[in-house]
Design a protein around this ligand. Structure first.
Ligand code: PRT
Ligand code: MG
Length: 212
């Protein structure tokens, strides 16, 4: 049995066409089913639904043979124990530093101000600001980072931006790019050895599907 870990929402939706191109169709729709393990039209392949941030962990420990995870969450996880053969080019966005529209970020950096930065990407943010030689106080959040500067919890946030609509609606602006983000296929290295006959063709099919 091959187990593929996916997160509900945009990862699932954008992986679906790639699976379809590889001839794989889930037996149920996760938005209507409450099941966390879904069969597929292939007897030897099942899907498990986990939180996006948990995908790398399930694959690292071999509870899933492979999974789809955003580069943002992989960077935060560290990627240890994961083989990353493929950028699927889906769920694209950018990780940025953002501040209130009326905040002069360049001036604050220039005078060496110690900024409070709220984010769920503590590790990535720490590296980013350390590389710039900036001293920041990091505040861990689990979501809705855009709110933090509006209520005085932080001066800046590190968050993902796609259309920019959410920043704009909350009178924030992106002032620094940290990294472009897309989702990758992650594979458990032991699974790849032990189940190569089933996994190698699946990885190849996903490679073809994602590279057009
Ligand atoms: O939602 P949940 O708390 O369960 O977990 P999650 O937010 O980690 O998962 P999910 O499904 O929302 O996101 C999964 C992955 O999708 C992320 O890890 C990214 O790799 C990728 N992705 C791509 C995004 C976005 N685009 C994105 N725009 N994840 C989140 N956003 C959010 C962003 O944080 C911001 O709040 O959308 C908002 C901005 O969108 P725009 O279009 O208004 O700029
Ligand atoms: Mg979300």
């Amino acid at each position: 049995m091959i187990t593929l870990a996916l997160a509900k929402g945009r990862i699932f939706e954008e992986t679906l066409p790639l699976l379809a191109a590889a001839g794989i169709v889930p037996a149920e729709d996760p938005e209507t089913s409450r099941k966390l393990i879904l069969g597929t039209n292939r007897a030897g392949l099942r899907l498990i639904l986990v939180r996006a941030a948990d995908v790398p962990t399930y694959v690292q420990y071999g509870a899933a043979d492979l999974g789809v995870a955003g580069r943002d969450l992989l960077a935060e996880h560290g990627g240890q124990g994961l083989y990353q053969p493929l950028d699927l080019g889906i769920a694209k966005c950018r990780m940025v530093v953002a501040v209130p529209e009326d905040f002069d970020y360049a001036a604050a950096v220039k005078r060496g101000a110690r900024l409070r930065v709220a984010t769920k990407y503590i590790g990535t943010a720490r590296e980013h600001f350390a590389a710039k030689g900036m001293h920041v106080d990091l505040i861990k959040l689990y979501g809705s980072m855009e709110l933090a500067p509006l209520v005085g919890l932080a001066d800046a946030i590190v968050d993902l931006v796609d259309t920019g609509g959410t920043l704009k609606a909350n009178r924030l602006k992106a002032v620094e790019d940290i990294m472009p983000v897309s989702s990758r296929l992650v594979v458990n290295p032991a699974s790849l050895k032990l189940k190569r006959e089933a996994l190698a063709p699946l990885i190849e099919a996903l490679r073809k599907a994602s590279h057009g």
